[in-house]
Write a protein that binds this ligand. Structure first.
Ligand code: MEZ
Length: 559
């Protein structure tokens, strides 16, 4: 749907202020970033993490007492999908060395390295291989690879600053140190990064970075990386077997408390299967599809926190889940594309963020949580009330993409942002001449399962990598560090799981005793036990229709 007349009228205000804003930028006169002491009150008053009543303490399990989003607690305080007394684990349907749960960036990188280190791998995935947030990541991957101009030291400091200095320093150190190598690994396998004519990789700034170290493949970096590593895993079919449409629903342990495999649910046949494994890597990604606080999301349909639920029941604590990342720029109009990510790279390339009067109100490269809070403040009636109303009564602000062509030459938007240019063109909007209407959108699970820098959890033989793990990004992740995280820690998890197997051999007889105990703990805590988890897929059906579908009459009308 193109912009209606009401929005076209408001765009005139953006056009009116544009020449002066472009001129200021060309002269290096940036809108002033907030001082550290100015950030805090905006976050406290406008970031969704701080809204009263949106978190509660978990009543059961290893992180009992920890207050996190209600939507995640609902899943942790739920019963298993399977009856642990009825599932037979003595006769496995599949056996493997390493079972990897999740087939996005972290899972696939882990598979490649586990196989390279001699392990037979089975990947079990909810949807298809590559249906994951990695595929949807746009803007880039950070790596301090410019000797003399940048160093992992500066990258480390940026990450700590962005994460409010509470990140796990060992994990941050491991990630930045391995970043240049991870980039070389991807390039060596054929990932096609954007380059200058002389072959040097293009790099950009992201919010909160002191150096240009964001490497990218136009605005489809995640898809390019995912395609490369998925293809590479297909080249090793003798070592890597992929089971699609089969999400894991419970981890199995052996009599010594070691990880021994997982129960899968076949979405096509509705049957349960047991995969016996010597080690398991959880790489199930995040939880955007829980729509925390009813936010729209950038995430793929399978992002429902399944890995957290399963590992938590098996005894793995969680941390940093009290913060959630809302990406500052998600589509708010046209509504058909609601929530879809508009990469931070637009702001890195110079696009201003503007209110209903066409005025800039925030420096465009604040760390994500600060940028998102400033946009919410601008839109909200309790804040400044300067949001742009959409035809259905939502609010957003403008992201002035046409500035980029004025700053960097005509055709830049089309060339550097082909994904978004095509998307908006489908709706009759040309983002090289018209701004985009945006609002913060639920993007990333900052926290997750506790791991160390070998991706080990506290359960022997159970590893976690990627968005499902917590600690690396502290309370706020910076752009380009999630693609890096999945590659660096995916690779480490693969290597470590293969090594664990060499040392420990086969797992013992598998059981679901921990699930029985967890169900009992949930009952003892007198929690309303109607809910079951993992969720597997979000349910967008109308609740009224859903209720009706359960009645005999409804089936009568269909027959
Ligand atoms: O790391 C991200 O989340 C990222 C690169 C997103 C984006 O804005 O493109």
């Amino acid at each position: 749907m193109p912009y209606p007349e009401s929005l076209k009228k408001l765009i005139e205000k953006v056009v009116a202020t544009r020449p002066a804003r472009v001129e200021r930028k060309k002269n290096g006169q940036e809108f002033p970033p907030l001082k550290l002491e100015e950030r805090e009150p905006v976050l406290r008053n406008f970031h969704p993490d701080f809204i009263e009543g949106t978190r509660r303490s978990i009543k059961v399990g290893p992180s009992k007492g920890y207050a996190i989003s209600n939507e995640i607690v609902d899943l942790l305080e739920a019963k298993s999908r399977v009856n642990p007394y009825l599932i037979n684990l003595l006769d496995p349907d599949f056996e493997t060395d390493v079972l990897i749960i999740g087939a996005g960036g972290a899972g696939t990188a882990a598979a490649l390295l586990a196989a390279q280190n001699g392990a037979k791998v089975t990947i079990a995935t909810k949807l298809r291989h590559g249906d994951a947030n990695t595929m949807m990541a746009e803007g880039g991957i950070q790596a301090a690879d410019k000797v003399g101009k940048d160093s992992p030291y500066y990258h480390y400091l940026d990450i700590l600053g962005g994460g409010h200095f509470v990140n796990d320093p060992e994990l941050v150190y491991t990630m930045v140190k391995n970043a240049p190598d991870a980039l070389r690994w991807l390039e060596g396998m054929g990932t096609s990064f954007s380059k200058y004519e002389d072959g040097k990789m293009k790099t950009m700034h992201g919010g909160g970075t002191c150096r240009k170290r964001m490497h990218y493949a136009a605005d489809i970096t995640g898809a390019e990386i995912m395609k490369t590593i998925r293809d590479e895993s297909r080249n090793h079919e003798d070592m890597i077997n992929v089971i699609e449409f089969s999400p894991a629903v419970e981890i199995a342990l052996d009599d010594q408390g070691r990880c021994a495999g997982a129960v899968l649910y076949n979405l096509e046949t509705a049957e349960y299967h047991f995969v016996k494994a010597k080690a398991v890597i959880i790489a199930t990604g995040g939880s955007g599809r829980l729509h925390i606080q009813n936010f729209m999301t950038t995430n793929h349909y399978g992002a429902t926190a399944d890995g957290i639920v399963m590992a938590y029941r098996a005894g793995v604590p969680v941390s940093f889940l009290h913060t959630v990342q809302y990406h500052p720029t998600g589509v708010v109009f046209p509504e058909q594309a609601e929530g879809i990510l508009i990469t931070e790279k637009f702001r890195g390339a110079g696009a201003n963020v503007l209110n209903i009067n066409g005025e800039q109100f925030v420096y465009e490269r604040e760390p994500r949580d600060v940028e998102a809070a400033c946009i919410i403040r601008e839109c909200s009636p309790e804040g400044r009330g300067n949001g742009v109303p959409t035809p259905t009564g939502k609010f957003g602000v403008w992201l002035d993409s046409p500035m980029i062509d004025m700053l960097k030459g005509e055709g830049t938007v089309r060339k550097e942002f082909p994904g978004k240019h095509i998307l908006f063109r489908r709706f009759g909007i040309d983002i090289s001449t018209e701004p985009m209407l945006i609002h913060p959108t639920l993007h990333y699970q900052n926290g997750g399962l506790d791991i160390n820098n070998k991706c080990e959890t506290n359960v022997p033989g159970l590893y976690a990598a990627g968005e499902v793990a917590g600690g690396i990004h502290g309370e706020n992740r910076l752009m380009g560090n999630s693609l890096l995280d999945v590659i660096v820690f995916g690779r480490i998890a693969g290597i470590q799981a293969a090594e664990y197997i060499r040392e420990h051999g086969d797992s013992g007889t598998a059981n679901l005793n921990h699930v029985k105990q967890y169900n009992e703990e949930v009952e003892a805590a007198e929690i309303d036990v109607d809910r079951i988890a993992p969720m597997i897929l979000p349910d967008y059906s109308n609740p009224e229709v859903r209720k009706k579908q359960l009645t005999k009459d409804y089936f009568g009308t269909l027959l």
